[in-house]
Design a protein around this ligand. Sequence first.
Ligand SMILES: *Cc1c(COP(=O)(O)O)cnc(C)c1O
Ligand code: SF4
Length: 464
Amino acid sequence: MTLTATKVERESGGKPSSSPLTGYTEFRHYTPKDLEEIPQLEKLDPELRFAMKVVSRVLPFKVNQYVLNELIDWDNIPADPIFQLTFPQKGMLKEAEFNAVADMLRNNAPKEELKKKVHDIRYTLNPHPAGQMQLNVPKVNGVPLPGVQHKYKETALFFPTSGQTCHAYCTFCFRWAQFVGISELKFASKEASQLVEYLRQHKEVSDILFTGGDPMVMKTRVFNRYLEPFLDSELDHVQTIRIGTKAVAYWPQRFVTDHDADEFLRLVEKLVKNGKHVAFMGHYNHWVELETPIAQEAIRRIRNTGAQIRTQSPLIRHINDDSEVWETMWRNQVRYGLIPYYMFVERDTGARNYFEVPLVEAWDIFRNAWKKVSGLGRTARGPSMSATPGKVEVQGVTEIRGEKVMVLRFIQGRNPDWVERPFFAKYDPKASWLDQLQPAFNEDKFFFEDELEKMQAKAMAKAG
Ligand SMILES: *Cc1c(COP(=O)(O)O)cnc(C)c1O
Ligand code: SF4
């Protein structure tokens, strides 16, 4: 693939432009009803276009002009990784379900019938993975805070209400349900003040992680309302402010040319000057996303505030299931001053069959990338599953007294004492999630299971 940098220069060369970097004065996005309006799709095979229409009835779809013009290589369809990352693909639905929706569209079936079919299919796709709802929602003065998730002692997650969308949608996203409006699944918070009150009462929290969707879809004016309280000394114990974002890849303009970019970065700088560690958790799935001039300018401007950028991505079939992609991604991230952080295992939801990579293969890809980058790139951990008991990393495959086993460890545990204790599962080259693994050595349970069951029973009793 040719580097997109040259493509950008070529394409923006003759256009009138408000910015030497992009030529975009405003954000424009495309959703399923606008599929016909995407100029690049006109050249594609009509059957492929129809398939996209079918799948986008069921799964979320949203893309923007930057992703279309500068990240996707339209001479490499359908294999292009960013096309796979953002556009619906036929294989994401089971054949029978695909055909059912396709027939209904071809025959102009009544709206209500189609709606019901789509709804039924969505509910077969496990929209509620890993019991996040009941187990992790904390309370402040007896009132539940649905916008906060506090699973590990030091780190609280916060989902601001206005940050529950993204500049484009990833086809594999485990939050897909909220984007198609299965609304009871939304974590969303009403109030910055509730968050502050909660943190005031929880001195053990050293890290707050803003997440979404993507909190960077919020206007600076809105986001700053959530961030400003951290300048106050009553939140001194919160040392680190993390901002999980994909905007660095999908809309780097947010940090460069958007009208409120500077104002946002000034507040970040102020937080840093006040002694906070501000870390952007940049969601990059492929090295292509790092290489455009505007993506690099965004990185440069964020780092100029004194904030760090750490990077994370799941390992996904058709997008980055290749150790060379990770090797290049990690190497280039280190070159640009970013810190590789996590390789995740794709979760058990949505079009999982299309995207999943078995754990043993994931470990192999991880290892083959990791062994080729310098120590500064080996800050990446993984492959890691964010499962009910905690973040579980596949450390490798080995043989112990004649039994082939998989070695696992907790990076984070619902009980911190579970962390860093190696444990063993029967070798299973097909398993792609923790719940598919069996304990090795004929034991009937993993060491944490009894305690986890007790925790779950307690949480259920509390929730009533
Ligand atoms: C990953 C994660 C965190 C942060 O964990 P770190 O290891 O500190 O990055 C916090 N809460 C939840 C629920 C998580 O999944
Ligand atoms: S950016 Fe994150 S939350 Fe948004 S669609 Fe992609 S994976 Fe999902």
